[in-house]
Design a protein around this ligand. Sequence first.
Ligand code: ADP
Ligand code: MG
Length: 717
Amino acid sequence: MLNTARNLLNQYFGYADFRSGQAEIIENILHQKNTLGILPTGGGKSICFQIPALLFQGTTIVISPLISLMKDQVDALTASDIPATYINSSLTQTELQDRIYDIRQGSYKLVYVAPERFDSDYFMNLLNSIPIPLIAFDEAHCISQWGHDFRPSYRSIVASLKKLNQRPVIVALTATATENVADEIRYLLQIERDDCFKNGFARENLSFNVVKGANKRDYIVSYLQEHPKESGIIYTSSRKETDGLYNYLSVQGYSVAKYHAGLSEIERKQAQEQFVYDEKQIMIATNAFGMGIDKSNVRFVIHYNLPKNLEAYYQEAGRAGRDGDESECILLFSQQDIQLQKFLIEQSTFDPEVREQDYNKLNQMIMYCHTEECLQSYIIHYFDPNEEDMKCNKCSSCKDTREKVEITREAQMIFSCCKRMGERFGTTLIAQVLKGSSQKRIRELGFDQLSTYGLLRSQSEKEIVDTINYLLTEDYLQLTDGKYPVVQLTEKCIPVLKGEVSVWMKKSKTPVKEARNVEENEELFEILRGLRKQFAQEENVPPFVIFSDVTLKEMCRFYPADETSMLQIKGVGQSKFAKYGQAFIDEIKEFVSGNAVIVSEKPLQPDITQKVVKETNEKPSHVISYEMFIDGTSIEEISKARQLSKVTIQNHIIRSAEEGYEIKWNEIFDDVIEKRVLDVIIELDTDKLKPIWEALNGEIDYFVIQAVISKNKLTVK
Ligand code: ADP
Ligand code: MG
């Protein structure tokens, strides 16, 4: 039987032999057994049901979650002379009628349908009127509420199946299934444990990397400079971030497309095609992008933010290197992203059980970012705890050449501090107590009286947090589930506390050497903001006219203590240095002398001017809007003409102004309004739009506020 299958593989698909896993799955289906196949992305799951469909009498039904996916597969099958079609909501009534007629005639070997079809009696009657030998659940993890992509419509099919007069064989296929999810799929679809086939989760051509604490934009620019011709995806966690990064990279002349659910269907389709056909090199997207996209030469997938769990991560990262060539998966980790994921969990469900599960998965995702274990091995273990350990020798853990240093004493301090705090607090607070922070909350709780208070004063809070995270990944400590996970000791601590066992961790001898790995010091930021406010009040100008937040933050990362290094800071030119430079240097020096901070040099900025020149052959979208605006077209009219939202057009105009295009500001606001806005800005000491808008009782448009800010930034000094 398998020989016949192999002949079909040859004849229809042009492949010489099955890939690992395929033959076993197909053979099992041909033995009329319900089957679960777990193969990695790009592993060739489609063929696992397409070949049995060819061998069976009758029509195989394939359930697929995405319209685009159905169409692609049907097109591919039709091109190989396999009669196939799909029915979903994209069809007109006549098309639908025609196809149903043909299905009744038995004209197709495969029919792809969306899960919702099974809710329709009409469809169920259709199924009962023709022979159905096989039903395939593609992307079967969608059926499981423990999965990362649960679709209730998938689950409700289970009940509908009972209404069938016949008993088709069922095959479920997915790339990502933890044990929980696999168990649930098997339970719902009545698949025996022996009929479950799983093939190596390892993706040998992928190298995994976690990059911590980097300035993400700088990192991406330097990565793109080092990989100038490669195609890749950058995932961000929000539409706003996708837009922001897209703008940032496109003005620098990079070939980028963007994709998120806030764009129109046409825009999304266009972006996707540009990327798939290599017209655009880099896709910046939210997780809305990717399912069913079969672009084989994706050389890198960068996660700009922490994903919600490892299932999602592995699926998205797994879009790299489908063609089997070496590819990179990079996760840019920053502590702040955890908050966003927690917020999303809170928003997504009210079911406490599901929520706890989500928090648990998030914690495992965070552990991935801190482990010293081989990252590929960590992922494989996550999906299958029984798998053997491996070393891929190319992930950022395997390639971490830092030596292990003994941290037994530190570990003991952390354990005992955690214990003394009653094992009731999270990572940050424990780190702050060990650091000896003078925070009000710590004093209120009396933790400044603990014998462990300030024991690790010589380290930065971030270093202590890193060590705690490491002790968590090594199971000396554990986190409770829930929104505010609490650190607790495990049994593994006892021999360490008794001094019987030592603890080792990889650490740099000179920590945070690389300048781009530095986060800003928030305490200093507050101090410098204060200084900025003084200047602003003296001169009666908005604070950002002195220095923008971005500039202050850079100062708080690099602690410039003389003229040369101060002039390296973005936003500090000669004239501003002359006015304010020394005052800021003095403040920074004082701060550095009183605090243990690690001062590192700011690297020279990459020269982006060349990139900007490259862009000229294609007029950027914002400039098109700008030109219309200058010609006297109103924002409403531009918005209609260009089919873009008003807000987008407004942003285009502001951006053009900031890039140096001339704007007649008095066409947007008059002196009275400008003064009103500026007064509020000075009063509030912010250039954040929302508080300003609120303080103006919502009477002045966001756009006008933005325009006032831009005008003053550009012209006052
Ligand atoms: P999955 O659904 O598992 O992500 P697909 O079914 O889309 O993967 O297959 C991925 C690619 O691998 C497709 O281009 C497919 O034609 C190809 N492929 C599948 N089976 C084989 C095989 N036995 N030999 C070579 N290529 C194969
Ligand atoms: Mg597939």
